[in-house]
Structures are given as C-alpha cells and as structure tokens.
Design a protein around this ligand. Structure first.
Ligand code: CMX
Length: 139
C-alpha cells in the first residue's frame, strides 16, 4: 500500500456559513467550493492549504453521520482522509490486516473522488477515509 499525503481533514460544524467566515476572515483561507453530497446527508465547503484540504461538513439531516456525530460529540474533527495510490487493492490489504471496513468497495464522494471509510472502532478512534482520484476513463 502507498499513502501519499493527507488529502483532507473533515470537520463537523453546525453552521457552514458561520464556520466559512472563521476560515476566511480569521485564518485567511479561501473557500473554493461548496457541494452537497446527498447520499451522505451533508453540505461541504472546501479550503486548500498546501497539498491538504480542509472539508467543513454541515449535516443536512439529523440522522446523517455528521448529524449523529455532532449530537454525540459536538463540533470538531470528524475524519482524516489519506490519498491512496490504488484504492481497491489498498482496501483488500487493510481488510486482510484485520481492520473493519465501512465501504468494502470504493464509492464516489465529494469532488468526484473515489473514497472508502475505515471504521473508527478498528482505527484507534479516528474515522479514516482513503481516497483516490478516478482514472480519466472513469470520470
Ligand atoms: N469519529 C470517531 N468515532 C465515531 C465517529 C467519528 N467520526 N462517528 C461515530 N463514531 C463512534 C461513536 O462515538 C460510537 O462510539 P461508541 O459506541 O463508543 O459510543 C460508534 O462510533 C458508533 O456511532 P453511532 O453514532 O452509533 O453511529 P453509527 O454506528 O451509525 O455510524 C459510522 C458510525 C462511523 C459507521 C458512520 O458515521 C459512517 O459510516 N461514517 C462514514 C461516512 C461518513 O462519515 N460520511 C460523512 C462525510 C462524507 C464526506 O466526507 O463527504
């Protein structure tokens, strides 16, 4: 397996517009995209810093993964995403090493990336995402 860098850090927020103001006006980052990911019940906002993105996540439904997370733990870091160079094989390798997968197969996530989550119960409490840019032919 080869992980190349931290692709993004996902942060759960109650209000996307308010939190965007903090990242722009205080930290001086620029929000370059806002996107709703319907099947994940979230609205996301993206900022780039170096090679890494910050992804703010506002839940669109109380029963979505981010809605439940905020209800239990409050706002804060929700997941960390690593860029993987061969996601399908990486998932097989991780599963063979005894880690519980949430997604057995890559699926399409925000920004058109292929993504898969590992369960926080087998990653020392950190919801972990692996992601890969789709091949040009799959876009
Ligand atoms: N980080 C760490 N632990 C988490 C967590 C997170 N983000 N989300 C849930 N948990 C923990 C809970 O605290 C709980 O622990 P305890 O049993 O000790 O109380 C346990 O996991 C189960 O939590 P739950 O609230 O009952 O939620 P579910 O089991 O229904 O779902 C999870 C948990 C991780 C499987 C689910 O949130 C999931 O599938 N996540 C992946 C998809 C996702 O997060 N999508 C949103 C982002 C999409 C995007 O980036 O575009």
């Amino acid at each position: 397996m080869e992980l190349t860098h931290i692709e993004h850090i996902g942060i759960a927020v109650k209000n996307l517009d308010d939190s965007i103001k903090y990242y722009e006006n205080v930290l001086g980052l620029k929000c370059y995209a806002v996107e709703e990911v319907k099947d994940q019940k979230v609205k996301t906002a993206f900022f780039m810093i170096g090679q890494t993105k910050i992804e703010l996540l506002e839940s669109t439904e109380p029963d979505g993964p981010v809605g439940k997370f905020i209800e239990k733990k409050g706002e804060g870091i929700h997941h960390i995403a690593f860029a993987a160079s061969n996601l399908k094989d990486t998932l097989k390798e991780v599963e063979a090493k005894g880690v519980q997968l949430i997604d057995k197969e890559p699926r399409r996530g925000a920004e058109g990336l292929n993504i898969a989550f590992l369960h926080p119960k087998s990653t020392y409490g950190v919801l972990t995402e692996l992601c890969e840019k789709p091949a040009k032919s799959d876009e």
